[in-house]
Write a new protein. Structure first.
Length: 161
């Protein structure tokens, strides 16, 4: 009988252990999100700010738009965290972004996040002077910080052409 009590205690502790991170660390994903036009305008504004920062090639500001544990998934590999995102953008080797346009196709609410899908067009000038035009799709998962800023939890970009 004593072994049954021990097993029950272990099971209870394992169940509680899964909750400890949520109990000890309130994350930005727990900030309530209210669906509606105001939220949609805020998310669209955040996307346009992000697009503008990509155009300005401001690695630090772009990285700060991501949640601390944010992920940017690109065809040439995922970047995890603000530091990795900033470092990748800072080491572009002289590439100048000439234009960057991101347009929303669809917004959906997923618990404490807003998922935004759409299309992008970008034109860049390589160090050798060649102009490269790229188009593709994106999916951004936005969450609110405790200060109510919109952060990117996950950005997926797929180049089509």
């Amino acid at each position: 009988m004593n072994w049954m009590v021990r097993i029950a205690a272990v099971v209870a502790l394992l169940g509680l252990a899964g909750c400890i991170p949520q109990l000890m660390n309130k994350t930005q994903s727990q900030v309530p999100i209210v669906s509606g036009p105001a939220t949609e305008r805020q998310v669209e504004s955040a996307l346009q700010r992000y697009s503008g920062l990509l155009l300005a090639v401001d690695p630090t500001a772009v990285a700060q738009m991501y949640a601390p544990d944010g992920v940017w998934e690109r065809q040439n590999g995922a970047l995890h965290g603000r530091e990795a995102i900033r470092d990748a953008l800072a080491s572009t080797g002289g590439i100048r972004v000439l234009s960057n346009e991101m347009t929303t196709a669809y917004l959906s609410y997923n618990g404490p996040a807003v998922v935004q899908t759409g299309n992008f067009k970008q034109s860049a000038k390589l160090p050798d002077g060649k102009i490269v035009n790229a188009t593709g799709t994106f999916e951004a998962t936005w969450v609110r910080s405790e200060q109510s800023d919109w952060w990117i939890r996950r950005m997926v970009t797929r180049r089509v052409k």
